[in-house]
Design a protein around this ligand. Structure first.
Ligand code: HEC
Length: 127
């Protein structure tokens, strides 16, 4: 008897949980369709321009706007449009292929932020 009651209330709880998390939320969580550059720049502004900005940008890499991001640094371009796997920018965010993990200090980017940047490059790295 106790168990039936318990499982019944459990089922009820689950039902309530499901119905309340439906609808509404979907639009908010939708993946960035056009992978707009504005969102990419917002991430760079927050996590990177402290070291890759106007004053003495590290590695000669300025990340303040689309034009300079596409230009890259002393070692050349860091974005290969259409090919995130070849882009040093992505390698740096993941810390792979011998590229130092960025940001060098501070909070690493979230999986979502990295995916956003990869999607933007995949889509042609447009401004
Ligand atoms: C605390 C300072 C700091 C922050 C924050 C930072 N960087 Fe860097 N970054 C550096 C330094 C220093 C270098 C040069 C490293 C070297 O040459 O050894 C560098 C180099 C790089 C390079 C070139 C790597 C290579 O091997 O060619 C890329 C790409 C890069 N940063 C991207 C980013 C991105 C994207 C962010 C933000 C997510 C970021 N950095 C945040 C300090 C920083």
């Amino acid at each position: 008897m106790k168990w039936t009651l318990l499982s019944l209330s459990l089922a009820l709880l689950i039902a309530i949980g499901c119905s309340s998390s439906g609808d509404g939320k979907k639009a908010e969580n939708a993946t960035p369709n056009e992978s707009s550059y504005a969102k990419v720049q917002a991430v760079l502004d927050k996590s990177c321009v402290g070291c890759h900005g106007e004053k003495n940008p590290k590695g000669g890499i300025d990340l303040r706007n689309h034009e300079v991001v596409m230009k890259g640094g002393e070692e050349g371009a860091i974005v290969v449009a259409g090919d995130p796997a070849k882009s040093v920018l992505v390698k740096a965010l993941k810390g792979i292929d011998g590229v130092k993990k960025m940001p060098l200090r501070g909070e690493p980017l979230t999986e979502e932020q990295i995916k956003l940047i990869e999607a933007w490059i995949q889509d042609g790295a447009k401004s």
